[in-house]
Ligand binder design. Structure first.
Ligand code: UDP
Ligand code: MG
Length: 313
């Protein structure tokens, strides 16, 4: 009997998978995990169903009934994959966790390489995408822009430039994550910010096997804003800077106009354009402040980050 199937032996690695409408992919991923890990390490698999509309939870329950290493929970509503990852990490029994998507874009064969780095003493090991199959040039560009901004503008320099959502983290990192109580966050940005020793292992990200991406443009935009607002006050600094230059520039221009014999009011259309422009900038500034204010209010409510509808245990 393989050591990994002994229910008494605690797992070394807990694979955590957020899943939204992944009923077709989960059995295949389970088989691939077995192939890649059974002879390597004792493992368990925690699948968090982010309130799928297909049979995802039924599939997880069937797998769990067959194999005690598989556990699953289902959210009461779609809370997003980052909260699902946190939920899985709260339930881990292993000494380390590997976070991977359900759609087989992240190959389980990479996990032993991540484990090797962890055994060298690293606390966070990113699986860094070299090639990305099946991604449109537009998505690729937006993703590059996001990670560039996170590294340069927000200041999280350790975030892999190529982007990463497949990683290993030590139990200590997962426990430290429980100290964070915020509701609007990127779990990957939070892990980078914590500052544990990190490294990367390069792999080729495959195309999604079945189904479509659960990340709509709206969800991506929300995540980008959350990532900036929760780690940076640069947008507010930018606003102050813009305001300062606007006041100085406007004052100088007004002085120049007043010294002319024709004075103000001759070309009112140009004046109207300036008013529109300035008020537009001000609305944008209010919007930026609103992003911070709304998040501060929402955090003050201290609502739970997720609610569980059912679980396989
Ligand atoms: N996911 C989730 N909730 C969502 C959207 C996605 O739990 O609202 C899961 C999804 O099932 C997958 C992982 O998060 O396991 C990554 O999402 P996806 O593959 O759809 O995103 P992409 O690869 O296109 O960035
Ligand atoms: Mg995917």
């Amino acid at each position: 009997m393989r050591p990994s199937t002994k229910p008494s032996a605690a797992p070394v690695v807990s694979v955590v998978t957020p899943a939204y409408n992944e009923a077709e992919n989960l059995p295949l991923l389970y088989a691939e995990l077995g192939k890649a890990l059974d002879n390597e390490v004792r493992w368990e698999w925690i699948v968090v169903d982010d309130h799928s509309t297909d049979a995802t939870f039924k599939v997880v329950a069937q797998l769990a009934a067959k194999d005690p290493r598989v556990r699953g929970v289902r959210f009461t509503r779609n809370f997003g994959s980052h909260r699902a990852i946190l939920c899985g990490l709260e339930r881990m029994k292993g000494e380390c966790a590997v976070v991977m998507a359900a759609d087989l874009q992240d190959p389980p064969e990479v996990v032993p390489q991540l484990l090797a780095k962890w055994r060298e003493g690293l606390k966070v090991v990113w699986a860094v995408r070299a090639k990305r199959e099946g991604v449109s040039p537009w998505s690729l560009m937006m993703s590059r822009l996001y990670y560039f901004m996170m590294r340069r503008f927000v200041g999280l320099k350790d975030m892999p430039a190529e982007g990463a959502d497949f990683l290993l983290l030590d139990r200590r990192v997962a426990e430290a994550l429980r100290e964070f109580h915020e509701n609007h966050f990127s779990v990957f940005a939070m892990i980078t910010w914590m500052g544990f020793p990190q490294a990367g292992v390069v792999y080729d990200k495959r195309a999604r096997l079945h189904g479509t991406s659960g990340w709509s443009l709206e969800k991506k935009l929300k995540l980008a804003l959350d990532s900036i607002v929760s780690f940076s006050y640069q947008p507010m600094r930018l606003i102050s800077g813009l305001g300062f230059f606007s006041v100085v520039g406007g004052g100088l221009w007004l002085a120049a106009q007043l010294s002319e014999p024709a004075g103000l009011g001759e070309d009112w259309t140009r004046f109207a354009a300036v008013v529109l422009l300035v008020s537009g900038v001000q609305w944008m500034m209010l919007g930026v402040l609103g992003e911070y204010l709304w998040r501060a209010l929402d955090e003050a409510r201290r609502r739970p980050r997720f609610l569980i509808e059912e679980s396989t245990e």
